[in-house]
Design a protein around this ligand. Structure first.
Ligand SMILES: Cc1cc2nc3c(=O)[nH]c(=O)nc-3n(C[C@H](O)[C@H](O)[C@H](O)COP(=O)(O)O)c2cc1C
Length: 205
């Protein structure tokens, strides 16, 4: 896939996940190996990647996901058509979560400290790799969404998964083949409104 197309069309996939098509171990390992090529602070590579396929484990995690996700969506205002579509898409993922073939839970050694410089490096030690993983999935016909709902029940999830003390879960990615071959670039706030030249507020061009 051409690189700019990949970068501009890797979406959060929820409705277009193929819940019936198995995901081979080999394709997941390829994508995880590409995730491991991402940069980390001091080359720490302090990550762990939990791949969940066991239906009983997915059922238990899915319960946490639904509990938190449903409460979050219930609090959101419907707003314009795009927001309504986003909420419906979020609700769909919550409705089917246990049926998604694979969950991937990226974890990091340590805990955030509440201090910006430290925490930027802490979370920066995994999110580039998570995005590498999502791009690699997309280039192979699979889709995912980075979700954070279940982190409100992180301790319960750690017990289910056996995550040791001292490791932080940073998300849960439901992973499946997609039911469509391609996606479109998303509407975003224009660059001119969010990028400045030399001084805050100064136009970039
Ligand atoms: C840090 C982070 C947390 C997110 N958490 C959730 C989540 O809990 N549930 C969900 O459905 N989507 C979640 N998303 C996906 C965003 O909603 C999605 O990326 C955004 O709406 C833009 O859509 P697009 O990625 O398709 O362009 C998260 C994305 C990021 C980067």
């Amino acid at each position: 896939m051409e690189i700019d197309h990949l970068l501009s069309t890797t979406r959060a996939v929820r409705r277009k996940l193929d819940l019936d098509r198995p995901v081979e171990a080999a394709v997941l390992e390829e994508c995880l190996n590409l995730a491991l090529q991402a940069p980390t602070p001091g080359n720490a590579q302090a990550w762990r990647w939990l791949v969940v396929r066991d239906q009983r484990v997915k059922d238990r995690l899915g319960g946490l996901f639904r509990e938190v996700g449903a409460a979050y969506l219930a609090d959101r205002e419907a707003g314009d058509a795009a927001t309504r579509r986003g909420l419906a898409s979020g609700q769909h993922l919550i409705d089917v979560i246990e049926r998604v073939p694979v969950f991937v839970i990226p974890c990091l050694k340590g805990r955030p400290s509440g201090e910006n410089a430290t925490d930027a490096a802490f979370y920066g030690g995994i999110f580039p790799a998570v995005w590498n993983f999502q791009l690699a999935l997309r280039s192979r016909g699979l889709g995912s969404t980075l979700t954070t709902y279940h982190l409100s029940r992180e301790t319960a999830a750690a017990e289910i998964l056996g995550v040791p003390a001292g490791f932080t879960q940073v998300g849960l990615l439901p992973v499946a083949y997609t039911t469509v071959p391609d996606f479109k670039p998303a509407a975003r706030v224009p660059l001119a409104e969010v990028a400045y030249l030399d001084h805050w507020g100064a136009p970039l061009s």
